[in-house]
Structures are given as structure tokens and as C-alpha cells.
Design a binder for this molecule. Structure first.
Ligand code: ADP
Ligand code: MG
Length: 312
């Protein structure tokens, strides 16, 4: 768990981050979203102490992040940034080995870890380990950047616009991969983005920032259905458009296994009707039954709201 407690950062008297408090649950993805200059990067960099706060504190599992040296702290927290920050004159394997080397791991352990990570990111170690960053595609560089961030087995991964340089087409795939990775490793990810669609697709929770302030901190479902103010409303796309798409899609696309309480939905209705039913009944999940009245799973509010901004 990461507690951000009344955190403020001022540059020359002007607040880049202004009295932000939030609690981030372990083993989840939190997306910090806002326009350029809203303080997202500064907030992220106060967690691993690349920036020191003017006021407030960050506690990780109850421990103040100032209780160890910054460089020690950062060895336990992965960091991946836009542009990936790969060292151009080091091979992929050497790039990934950076932090383990600093930590003094023995050569065999480093080699095994590099190979494990390359395999995890679907890059053949024999083929890609010896290559240089410029010999990789954008998507491959992005994965190596994340692999490097994960090399020393951190529990926390901070990501600053990690998909910003990718083409729209592979961005969706990269996000899906990250989600699968988070589930597989069980790590806590805090991801900064200016893209609300990305935040909704990836975030278990979303923190919306504007002018250094935290405007809303809520699940994607709540952000979409109960935006805190006009700014958040504007951010999620004005008016009806996103919801109109839901009327064209069947709930069959989002049925998942598992139980739910309440009056069952028919599997033949649209996602929009299902969302309306949930908002009306105040439930976060409803059971679904087929035409014969047999239970076939459930639909959740989270699954539906993730569909709202899905590209059509
Ligand atoms: P974001 O990542 O949301 O685009 P930043 O956290 O980078 O926003 O910046 C927030 C504000 O703080 C901006 O107005 C930016 O100009 C200012 N800022 C960031 N870093 C510094 C710095 N090192 N010195 C002075 N101002 C800064
Ligand atoms: Mg930034």
C-alpha cells in the first residue's frame, strides 16, 4: 500500500503538486490522468524521490520513503518512462542488467533474470539480448524499457506515459500485455497518462489531476458515471457519444463467470441497457441468464464502463 499524504511540491513558490492525498492499494493499477502540466510527473517522481516534496509525505507499506537513501529506495521501485531511456551503446541484455549489476548480483543470477524477462516479454533471449536498442522496433524498445524497470524484482512499478511513443494500433496491444503482466507478477503499478481512454482501460483506480490538484480519485465506473466536476466530464468526452456506442453492443461480449445478486439480465440485451439497469438498481454486478432462464454468468459495472471508451 502506498499512502500519499498531503503532498505538495512548489517550484519558485508555484505549486506543481498541490496538497494531494490518496491511498493506493497493493497489487493494483492506478492511472494518474490529466492534461499536460497538471503535475502528474512531479507526483510520480516524489514516490521514488527523484523529487523531494515541499510538504507532505509518502509511505510505502507504512514506512516513510525518506527513511532510506533515495538511491536505495529506487532500487526497489521500477521506473519506466516515455522514450524508454535505454542506453544506446549497451545491448538489450546489458540495459536490462543495469540495476541487478548495481545491486551486486552474481553473473549467473543476472543472466538468468535477463533471459527470464526477455522471454516474459516475448523476445527470444538469444536473438534480442545481444542487439542494440536502435535495432529494435518501437514496441520492442518499449518492452525492453519495462523489462529493465522490473529487473530487480520490484513490488512497485512507476510508469510515465510509457506508451506515448507507440502507434495507436499497437498501443492497445501494449496495454493488454501490461495488464496481463500486472496480474501475473502481482505488482503495484502507478501509471501516468494524458489519455483518459488509457486510464479507463488500464486503471483499477483513476486519479484525475488538474493544475496540481487531485480532482477525483475513483474507479473507472465511478469516473464515468459520477464525474466530480465539469473538468472530469469534459475529459471523458462530452455528452452522449460514448454511451451511444454501448447500445450497439451485446452484453454477451462482457459476460464473465461468477455469481451476482439481483434480478437477472437477459443475455440478449445491449450493453447500454445493462448499464442503465445497474445504475438504476445501484448494483456493481448483475447475473445474466439465457433465453431458457439458465444462469450463464454475470456482467459487472467495471466491465461495462471499460467498454464505453473502447475504440469502435
Ligand atoms: P505533467 O507531467 O502533468 O505534464 P509536470 O509534473 O511535469 O506535469 O509539471 C507540473 C508543473 O510543474 C508544470 O507547470 C511544470 O512547468 C512545473 N515544473 C515541473 N518540473 C519543474 C522544475 N524542475 N522546475 C520548475 N518547474 C517545474
Ligand atoms: Mg509528465
Amino acid at each position: 500500500m502506498i499512502e500519499i499524504d498531503h503532498l505538495t511540491k512548489r517550484y519558485n513558490g508555484k505549486a506543481a503538486v498541490d496538497d494531494v492525498s490518496l491511498v493506493i492499494e497493493a497489487h493494483s493499477i492506478t492511472a494518474v490522468v490529466g492534461t499536460s502540466g497538471s503535475g502528474k510527473t512531479t507526483l510520480l517522481r516524489m514516490i521514488n524521490r527523484l523529487e523531494e516534496p515541499t510538504e507532505g509525505a509518502v509511505r510505502i507499506d507504512g514506512v516513510d520513503n525518506r527513511s532510506v537513501h533515495g538511491y536505495e529506495l529506487r532500487r526497489g521501485i521500477g521506473y519506466a518512462i516515455q522514450g524508454y531511456g535505454l542506453f544506446p551503446h549497451r545491448t538489450v541484455a546489458q540495459n536490462i542488467a543495469t540495476v541487478p549489476l548495481l545491486l551486486g548480483w552474481e553473473a549467473g543470477r543476472i543472466k538468468a533474470r535477463v533471459e527470464e524477462l526477455l522471454a516474459l516479454f516475448q523476445l527470444d533471449p538469444a536473438l534480442y539480448g545481444p542487439r542494440y536498442p536502435h535495432e529494435l522496433s518501437g514496441g520492442q524498445q518499449q518492452r525492453v524499457g519495462v523489462a529493465r524497470g522490473l529487473a530487480a524484482e520490484p513490488n512497485i512499478l512507476l510508469m510515465d506515459e510509457p506508451f506515448g511513443a507507440l502507434d495507436a494500433i499497437i498501443r492497445t496491444k501494449a496495454r493488454e500485455d501490461l495488464q496481463a503482466l500486472q496480474k501475473q507478477l502481482g505488482i503495484t503499478i502507478i501509471l501516468v497518462t494524458h489519455d483518459i481512454e488509457e486510464a479507463i482501460q488500464l486503471g483499477d483506480m483513476i486519479a484525475v489531476m488538474d493544475a496540481g490538484k487531485l480532482i477525483q480519485y475513483a474507479s473507472p465506473a465511478d469516473i464515468l458515471t459520477r464525474p466530480a466536476n465539469a473538468f472530469v466530464k469534459e475529459l471523458i468526452g462530452s455528452g452522449e457519444r460514448p454511451f451511444r456506442l454501448l447500445s450497439l453492443r451485446s452484453i454477451r461480449e462482457v459476460i464473465e463467470p461468477g455469481p451476482a445478486d439481483g434480478a437477472p439480465l437477459s443475455a440478449s440485451i445491449s450493453q447500454r441497457d445493462a448499464l442503465a439497469e445497474m445504475l438504476w438498481s445501484g448494483r456493481r454486478a448483475l447475473p445474466v441468464e439465457d433465453a431458457a432462464g439458465a444462469a450463464i454468468g454475470r456482467v459487472t459495472l467495471d466491465a461495462l464502463t471499460r467498454q464505453v471508451l473502447r475504440p469502435s
